[in-house]
Design a protein around this ligand. Structure first.
Ligand code: ATP
Ligand code: MG
Length: 154
């Protein structure tokens, strides 16, 4: 399960670059990715990317724009997924990662969903020793981040 974070990130993001290639979503991926040793279950982490990127698409603006960037923070790899959608209100942010919670704006039936996606993401990321969070940006879109610990080389 020990992987290079660059290879890991390429594998996680490639399917979405292909999927969005036909311009249904304008996806900007900032490279190069950091290259550090990490320990991940790729199948589980793929679910996290899937959930967050599907949300970003679902709640995105028109035209939908998404940016994925990464940062090497020495002990952590940080991955940031930003969209240009409806954003998330201050009141919603503390509860987003709870099961069955759905933001005020998305409770309308126009946006389907059970409100489970982010709760699952949180569990998986924390099982990896990482963190997941969101920056509230009402009006300008949402910004989700996740961090994964870098393996110490001794
Ligand atoms: P499910 O993922 O189970 O199909 P869901 O997308 O509603 O349903 P979550 O993925 O857990 O549930 O997200 C919880 C809530 O967080 C959403 O209902 C929505 O209000 C808010 N949310 C999540 N991602 C975004 C985003 N990119 N922009 C705006 N709101 C978001
Ligand atoms: Mg979802």
């Amino acid at each position: 399960w020990e992987l290079d974070s660059r290879e890991f990130l390429e594998a996680m993001i490639a399917p979405f670059e292909m999927e969005f290639h036909d311009a249904s979503v304008v996806l900007t991926v900032e490279r190069p990715f950091p290259s550090r040793p990490i320990q991940v279950d790729s199948d589980r982490m793929a679910q996290v990317f899937e959930n967050i990127i599907e949300n970003a698409k679902k709640y995105a603006g028109n035209p939908a724009e998404m940016t994925i960037s990464t940062r090497d923070e020495a002990e952590w790899i940080r991955i940031v997924i930003r969209d240009n959608g409806i954003g998330i209100s201050e009141e919603d942010t503390p509860y987003l990662f709870e099961r069955f919670y759905r933001g005020e704006k998305s409770r309308s039936r126009a946006f389907g969903g059970a409100g489970l996606g982010l709760a699952i993401c949180k569990r998986i990321v924390e099982e990896h020793g990482g963190h997941i969070g969101v920056q509230s940006k009402p009006g300008t879109g949402a910004e989700f981040y996740l961090t994964l610990p870098v393996i110490k080389e001794d």
